[in-house]
Design a protein around this ligand. Sequence first.
Ligand code: GLU
Length: 304
Amino acid sequence: MPTEPDFGDVRPVFRFAPSPNGRLHLGHALSALLNADLAHASGGRLLLRLEDIDTARCTPALVEAILEDLVWLGIRFETPVRLQSRHMADYETALDALRADGLVYAAFGTRGETRRHASLFEEREGRPWPRDPDGALLYPALDRELDPAERDRRIAAGEPHAWRLDMSAALGRVAGSLLFEERGEGTAVLVPAEPELWGDVVLARADTPASYHLAVSVDDALQGVTDVVRGADLLPSTSVHRLLQALLGLPVPRYHHHRLVLGDDGLKLSKSRGDTALAELRAAGLSPADICRMVGLSGHREQP
Ligand code: GLU
């Protein structure tokens, strides 16, 4: 049976952190409502962060649309809202610290090169090339040992590259096993982090100076977030965040990964599926209480 979470003496800080690259759908509604409920139940604060570092896909119009959806749902967040695109310097500072520690390298390999490397390996070895928890092929890291002069020459020549974490060097820096507290929707358990499953993750690209993993870890610390409430699809990513927290000396929040809202076909909802967009449901005459019921929460709720 789920128990009432114990938040201790410090006033908890929650955040809902959607990416404004599409309209909010029912899955976002569940996340936002659970954040609001837990903040309310614990006398905590509720922050909103818009994860808009991918400026090619995130637009100011979508930011406005998300704010409108949240007002309609009846959730009130503290102001100011943090827009990641306005804080790139914070992520650069963190990246510089990791670079100074020799934990980041310039990676020039393309997706096509990774695919070719993986299929040659599979033909030769008769076993699959490893994939990360999202199913992507791990980066072969052929340029991890690149001569610094050659690396600088290629960067100066404008060759596209990403900045990747040297996973084995990073793991060598942390003492003992990394754990995080996972509360799911009930009792707390300590989960061992497994960042090695992700290989040399991207921390920044030339066109987007911070990856999701880097920005989320830095922001949760800068905003004093004590409780991260988000969908279970992000549970594997938490291992990377836990490692970055250890490397950067950041506090470790408690995690509450919640069930996902699935479509009628049993698949995870995505922003490309208009049928579950809150705006569409609202236009079809549904109320915020209907949305609560559709995501399995009681329709009559007190708002914080
Ligand atoms: N921005 C992420 C998303 O929309 C969520 C990040 C998080 O809650 O940590 O999927």
